[in-house]
Design a binder for this molecule. Structure first.
Ligand code: GLC
Length: 551
């Protein structure tokens, strides 16, 4: 019944035009540049591109501060370039999803400018208060950088609410005219061919302004249903991918029995996965997987390792969080907002085996994997940059000046040119030629993941493996099964498994030309290398799927 839900089993690649490929030498990436890299993305195995905000913006928050929702920012090209890009992406067999930043606009947006002048039409488009609310300095999303959530506007002589930076006033979603406008924005980009939206800051879109700052304030989940209804009327197969870092018990309301978000980033699993990577102990990760197991049949988790923000570990216990900080971000300048780490994956994990483990786990988690540009070649960060800009440096294409990203001498986001992660060493061009490179390895891994549709579609269960370091997940879909086993310890471990499923008497390794036979009760003792991973297909159901070919 759900066979056509493409998003349940796809590889999503997240990129920011700004730092991906600059075609005209002005130091900022653009659509024409991205078009030239679609072959690369297709060869990598990408199904869906998630393109970060590219609309008109004063760019004080990496484009998440929009001043015109209907226009491409001229730095990235024109509306015509966008349409060309959509056409090319389609030709390359890729879908495109874009950000929907509905919680706030830029302070420069004409709507806000009109609202602060008490213009009749826009009077109530934002969240205003005549008096300074008692919680004016509470609930900041960027603690340490952001000082308050209510700011006095000299022109209107009232306070406006901003969950994020001061230059990002929150739209008043209680106002039906605002919601109608958000739908118009969705309709506009859907008509231009996008397959859906990564919905920015979902919990803040649906929180009720009147109750802001108060505990247990009610949430407008009906806004999500409203958005989904509209989306589905306009484009039957488009999706909403929500950014909502919420507790497992709360995610249910966001999926709304299949009437809300189609996909949600699994922040809960993400944070516990990092704890497992830091400590070698997978037990909290197992609990996180179980806690997020039940979702409506048409819904899906988006699993990820890193994104364009900090690695947020706020939801771990204090002790767990400290373990992750100690291991991956011990230096205070690696930490941010008292809850996160502003580093890239490869530099954080250091050891190559460790980052390969992380990616192998990612691709074997129940859900749709989302990868971040540059992680396929193991890029690092630049801690001298502001806040989250540390992880937003230009894609390293080659060892030419400016990493082959741009012909400009001066870039808006500087390239990484120092240390072990400098573009001279870490770049696509080098890795394309090196059979042992991260890029070639990622291509193989992605191919392998695509040979295992059970992971996106199937039922899954965690198998006891006799060790707190070993994660073993068995997937079954339409009578075929895949077993994926990972060792989180930095030393070899023997796993003990019993497979109670048809075909469990023989495991065919999908990476190495070997197979294992179980004993009479389908029990196995399996050697795993340090940070080792093994992907198997259960025997008699093996339809001759061959070893993933090297990239
Ligand atoms: C989301 C984005 C982040 C942005 C914020 C405000 O959290 O991921 O990058 O700063 O929303 O739009």
């Amino acid at each position: 019944m759900f066979d056509d839900l493409w998003y349940k089993n796809a590889l999503i690649y997240s990129l920011d035009l700004e730092t991906f490929m600059d075609s005209n030498g002005d130091g900022v990436g653009d659509f024409v540049g991205l078009n030239r890299r679609l072959d690369y993305l297709q060869t990598l195995g990408v199904d869906v591109l998630w393109v970060a905000p590219f609309q008109k913006t004063p760019n004080r928050d990496n484009g998440y501060d929009i001043s015109d929702y209907y226009t491409v920012d001229p730095r990235h090209g024109s509306g015509g370039d966008f349409v060309e890009f959509m056409h090319e992406a389609k030709k390359h067999g890729m879908r495109v999803i874009i950000d929907l930043v509905a919680n706030h606009t830029s302070i420069d947006h004409p709507w806000f400018q009109a609202s602060r002048k008490k213009d009749e039409r826009f009077h109530d488009w934002y969240v205003w208060s005549k008096k300074r609310p008692p919680d004016w300095n509470e609930g900041m999303v960027f603690p340490g950088v952001q000082k308050r959530t209510w700011t006095f506007d000299k022109e209107r002589r009232e306070y406006y609410f901003h969950r994020f930076y001061e230059h990002q006033p929150d739209l008043n979603m209680d106002n039906p005219a605002v919601r109608a406008e958000i739908r118009r924005i969705m309709g506009f980009w859907l008509e231009l061919g996008v397959s859906g939206f990564r919905v920015d800051a979902v919990p803040f879109i649906i929180e009720r302004p009147k109750l802001r700052g108060k505990k247990n304030g009610s949430m407008h989940f009906d806004f999500l249903t409203e958005m989904r209804d509209f989306l589905q009327w306009r484009s039957g197969d488009a999706v909403l991918l929500g950014e909502a870092n919420v507790l497992p018990k709360d995610s249910k309301a966001y999926f709304a029995d299949g009437q809300g978000l189609h996909l949600m980033f699994n922040f809960w699993v993400n944070q516990h996965l990092f704890y497992a990577l830091a400590s070698g102990d997978i037990r909290p990760l197992l609990a996180a997987l179980r806690a997020t197991k039940k979702i409506p049949p048409g819904a899906q988790w988006a699993q990820f390792l890193r994104n364009h923000d900090e690695l947020d570990i706020d939801r771990l216990t204090e002790e767990q969080r400290q373990t992750v900080f100690d291991r991956f971000g011990p230096d205070p300048k690696m930490q941010i907002y008292h809850r996160g780490i502003r580093r890239r994956l490869a530099s954080m994990l250091g050891d190559r085996g460790h980052s390969r483990l992380a990616h192998s786990v990612l691709f074997s988690l129940p859900g749709t994997p989302v990868i971040r540009y540059g992680d396929e070649i193991g890029m690092g960060e630049d801690l001298s940059l502001n806040e989250r800009d540390a992880v937003r440096t230009p894609m390293q294409w080659s060892d030419e000046p400016s990493a082959g990203f741009s012909a400009a001498e001066k870039l808006i986001h500087p390239v990484i040119d120092k240390g072990a992660f400098a573009y001279k060493f870490v770049n696509v061009e080098n890795q394309r030629r090196d059979p042992d490179s991260n890029l070639r390895w990622m291509r193989r891994l992605i191919a392998l993941r695509k040979e295992c549709p059970e992971i996106g579609w199937g039922e899954w269960e965690i198998l006891p493996a006799g060790s707190k370091h070993v994660l073993a997940i068995l997937y079954t879909w339409r009578g075929t099964s895949v077993l994926v086993v990972h060792n989180f310890a930095d030393r070899p471990v023997e796993a003990r498994l019993r497979i109670d499923a048809p075909g469990g008497e023989r495991l065919v390794d999908l990476l190495d030309p070997i197979s294992l036979d179980g004993d009479r009760e389908n029990r196995y003792r399996m050697k795993l290398d340090e940070f080792g991973s093994r992907w198997f297909r259960l025997s008699n159901l093996n339809y001759g799927i061959e070893r993933a070919e090297g990239g």
